[in-house]
Design a binder for this molecule. Structure first.
Ligand SMILES: [Zn+2]
Length: 94
């Protein structure tokens, strides 16, 4: 991950250890992935044996890890990093 946005120069890490809090956002995502995949498996597969739950939830969790990692950091940056989306901002080329 670069230190600054290559377009606008926004610092991606406002302070040292900033993304420590993203672990809690990531935890929320992990619980959501566990619950949604478990409940979906219950209704779609008709309550399969325990090993199917464990292996399916493990595979879904592993496959969603890159998304969870990136979105956790992005949400942390938006919530606590003082970053806000500006739809009218235009990059100036020097
Ligand atoms: Zn930018």
């Amino acid at each position: 991950m670069p230190e600054h946005c290559p377009v606008c120069g926004q610092a991606y890490e406002p302070e040292p250890g900033f993304y420590w809090g993203a672990m809690f956002v990531s935890y929320f995502f992990a619980v959501a992935v566990f619950a949604v995949s478990g409940v979906a498996l219950y209704y779609l597969a008709g309550d399969p044996p325990l090993w199917v739950y464990v292996s399916t939830v493990a595979v879904v969790s592993l496959l969603s890890t890159p998304l969870v990692f990136r979105y956790s950091r992005a949400i942390m940056l938006y919530l606590f990093g003082g970053v806000s989306y500006n739809p009218t901002w235009v990059a100036r080329r020097a």
